[in-house]
Design a protein around this ligand. Structure first.
Ligand SMILES: Cc1ncc(C[n+]2csc(CCOP(=O)(O)OP(=O)(O)O)c2C)c(N)n1
Ligand SMILES: [Mg+2]
Length: 272
């Protein structure tokens, strides 16, 4: 049921706030659902546990998706979601460490993977068992710093690092292959030293299977290419670049929520 409930919350808080990255959130929400429900060794009661897994959301603009999941997991009260973007709120348009559960400020694309590599290297140097998961956008891969960080990850044999790419084929202004071509992406990541797997990024069981199997190879960082649809779950948002950060009107919200109800059976069969 969470696939639908999370999507409803995302749409409702964005409409209330009058801002947000609608399509980007709906693209990665299933990945976040599986990470926080099944994979990450984190608990809101011990936010400073030195051995907790670290999650870095490098595509920081999908903040609403992260807030909805963190609230649901008990990192902060769900009622606070209604303060999104309001004066004095902790819930800004991009995540900051003021928000319980957020490990690092993100939003300037291209930085999160470098932070994740540093955290993973620190775990190796200090002999700690935690893993580091980083979620990247595919448009974000045009940032050169992603590839520098990848070189370092392979060089230091960081098999405690898992990079997940939200491969929705769109960035802010259109198709990645038109704006700055990425393919053949799996081969590129493999050439940079990752052990690579690809998965349907909305199939919760498949995501859980892949993310439970990390590291994909001993001594190498893992790269999960999650094939997704931007705006997934609402027909008129799916695959449309204009919904990157468009805010639904009241009528569009009503239509979207009705569609989500209709799609509940389909989305729920994918729920863990
Ligand atoms: C360094 C930097 N440049 C530009 C932006 C503006 N920006 C925000 S989202 C975005 C597109 C990101 O596309 P992608 O990484 O594919 O994310 P998604 O499709 O999941 O929204 C851009 C260019 C930014 N946040 N940071
Ligand atoms: Mg994208």
């Amino acid at each position: 049921m969470k696939s639908v409930a999370y999507r409803r919350s995302i749409l409702e808080i964005i409409v209330r706030a009058g801002a947000g990255h609608t399509g980007s959130d709906l693209s990665c929400i299933d990945i976040l659902n599986v990470l926080y429900d099944r994979i990450l060794r984190v608990t809101p009661e011990r936010p400073d546990d030195p051995d907790r897994d670290r999650y870095i959301q490098s595509k920081g603009h999908a903040a609403e998706a992260l807030y909805v999941v963190l609230a649901d997991r008990g990192f902060f009260p769900a009622a606070e979601l209604g303060t999104l973007y309001q004066e004095g709120t902790r819930l800004l348009g991009h995540p900051t460490r003021q928000v319980p559960g957020v490990e690092h400020n993100t939003g300037a694309l291209g930085h999160g993977l470098s932070v994740a590599v540093g955290l993973a290297l620190a775990a190796k140097l200090s002999g700690r068992p935690y893993r580091v998961f980083a979620l990247l956008g595919d448009g974000e891969l045009a940032e050169g710093s992603i590839w520098e960080a990848s070189l370092a990850a392979a060089h230091h044999r960081l098999d405690n690092l898992v990079a997940i790419v939200d491969r929705n084929t769109l960035q802010i202004s259109g198709c990645t292959e038109v704006v700055c071509a990425l393919e053949p992406l799996e081969a590129k990541f493999a050439a940079f030293g990752y052990a690579v797997r690809s998965v349907n990024g909305h199939d919760l069981a498949a995501l859980e299977g892949a993310l439970s199997a990390v590291p994909f190879a001993s001594g190498r960082p893992s790269l999960l290419l999650a094939r997704t649809t931007k705006g997934r779950g609402v027909s008129f948002m799916e695959g449309a670049p204009s919904w990157h950060h468009h805010v639904p009107s009241a009528a569009e919200l009503a239509l979207a929520l009705a569609e989500l109800d209709d799609a509940a059976t389909q989305l729920c069969t994918e729920a863990p």
